[in-house]
Design a protein around this ligand. Structure first.
Ligand code: ADE
Length: 343
C-alpha cells in the first residue's frame, strides 16, 4: 500500500498503532464468509485477465470492516491504496488524488477508497463518472479568461472502492457504475470471539475463553466495538485484577462501562426511553434532540443494531419499540390503538 490520505479532522476509531494488526489478507479476515468468497473470485479473475478489480461498493453499518476489506483488496491485487473521506472531498482535491494515482509503485489499477461515499457532493461526483468509466478527467488549465483551456487528463486504470452506511442515499448514476456491490452484515458471536482472541494474541493480552465470549456477547455484532472493549477491559484487568481477562472481570468491567447484558449502552437506553416517554412513537429529530445526539449518528450508529435485534421499528408514525424492547427494559408496553378499539 503506497499511500494513505486521511482528510483533516478524520480519525479512524482504531488507534493508529492498531492499523498494523488489521488483517492484510482475505484468509486472515474472520467472518463475512460470503463476501470474502466473492472477493476472492473477483480478485483472482481480475488478476488472470491482468485487469484492475471492478469498481466495488461496500455497504453496511459502521465498524464491520469495510476499510479493512478495501485495504485487503489492494494488498491482494498488489496495488497502491489511497483513502479519502466522502464528506470532505472537493472537486479540486479529488482531481489531484486521481491524477496522483498509479504514481507510486504500481503502474495501474490502484485502489482509491472513498469512505462515506454517499456524502460526496454532486459537483464532485460528476468528476467520478468519466473517471470510473474511462479513466480520464477534464480539467481547465489557466486562470480563466482567454488563457484558460480545457485539457483531458488520462491517469490510468484504477479501482474505486466506495463504502457507505446508506446505499439508498447514493445517486443512481453513481451506484450504477459499481460493478461489484457487497453488503456486510453484523458478525455472529462465534466470529467475534475469534476476533477478540486474535487481537488478544497480537497485543499479548491474556483472555480466558469465557471472558472473550462475554465481550463478544456485548459487542453488538461489531468487531470495532469488541476490540475497543477488549482494550478497556485490559485496563481493568491490569489495574484491578491480575492481568487476566476472566469472565468475572469482563462482566464487571462492561457493567462499569454501562454496557448491559445484550450490549446496549446508555445512549441506546436514552433513545428507547425518549420513545416511551412520548407515548410509544417519536420522530428521529425528536429523539435526537431528546438525547442530544446528531440525528445522523442515531440513524447510522444506534438504530441499525436496535432494528437488527428486533427492538426498534420505523413506522409511518415515527420510531417505535417492539414488545421485546419493553420486556428488556422492564417497562409496561403502551396501550395500542388497536386494543383501545377492541375494548
Ligand atoms: N479486525 C477487524 N475486523 C476483523 C475481522 N473481520 N477479522 C479479523 N480481524 C479483524
Amino acid at each position: 500500500m503506497s499511500e494513505r490520505l486521511t482528510a483533516p479532522g478524520e480519525q479512524d476509531d482504531d488507534e493508529p498503532t492498531h492499523h498494523t494488526f488489521r488483517p492484510r489478507r482475505l484468509d486472515e479476515f474472520i467472518g463475512q464468509k460470503e463476501i470474502c468468497d466473492q472477493m476472492r473470485v473477483f480478485i483472482q479473475a481480475a488478476q488472470q485477465r491482468e485487469e484492475p478489480l471492478d469498481h466495488t461498493l461496500l455497504v453496511g453499518p459502521k465498524g464491520l470492516g469495510k476499510t479493512t476489506l478495501a485495504e485487503i483488496a489492494a494488498n491482494e491485487m498488489g496495488v497502491g491504496f489511497t483513502r479519502a473521506i466522502g464528506s470532505n472531498i472537493e472537486r479540486l482535491e479529488l482531481t489531484s488524488i486521481l491524477s496522483g494515482l498509479n504514481q507510486g509503485g504500481s503502474q495501474s489499477g490502484s485502489v482509491l477508497f472513498i469512505d462515506e461515499i454517499h456524502r460526496v457532493n454532486q459537483r464532485t461526483q460528476e468528476i467520478l463518472y468519466p473517471a470510473m468509466e474511462d479513466y480520464f478527467l477534464d480539467v481547465v488549465i489557466g486562470q480563466g479568461g482567454p488563457g484558460a483551456r480545457p485539457v483531458r487528463l488520462a491517469f490510468g486504470s484504477f479501482t474505486l472502492i466506495g463504502a457507505t452506511t446508506r446505499e439508498g442515499l447514493l445517486t443512481g448514476p453513481l451506484r450504477d457504475r459499481f460493478g461489484i456491490r457487497l453488503r456486510l452484515d453484523f458478525y455472529s458471536k462465534e466470529e467475534l470471539v475469534q476476533i477478540v482472541q486474535r487481537d488478544a494474541a497480537l497485543f499479548q493480552i491474556r483472555v480466558e475463553e469465557k471472558g472473550a465470549a462475554e465481550i463478544a456477547k456485548r459487542a453488538r455484532g461489531t468487531p470495532r466495538i469488541a476490540k475497543r472493549y477488549l482494550r478497556r477491559i485490559r485496563d481493568f484487568a491490569d489495574t484491578l485484577g491480575d492481568g487476566i481477562v476472566t469472565y468475572d472481570l469482563a462482566r464487571d468491567a462492561l457493567d462499569r462501562l454501562g454496557v448491559d447484558s445484550i450490549g446496549l449502552d446508555e445512549t441506546d437506553r436514552r433513545i428507547m426511553y425518549s420513545i416511551i416517554e412520548r407515548g410509544g412513537y417519536a420522530s428521529l429529530n425528536t429523539i435526537a434532540s431528546a438525547v442530544s445526539e446528531d440525528a445522523r449518528t442515531i440513524e447510522d450508529v444506534y438504530e441499525p443494531f436496535l432494528i437488527q435485534i428486533g427492538f426498534l421499528s420505523k413506522t409511518p408514525r415515527g420510531r417505535s419499540l417492539t414488545p421485546q424492547a419493553y420486556v428488556h427494559l422492564g417497562e409496561p408496553p403502551p396501550e395500542s390503538p388497536e386494543s383501545n378499539q377492541l375494548f
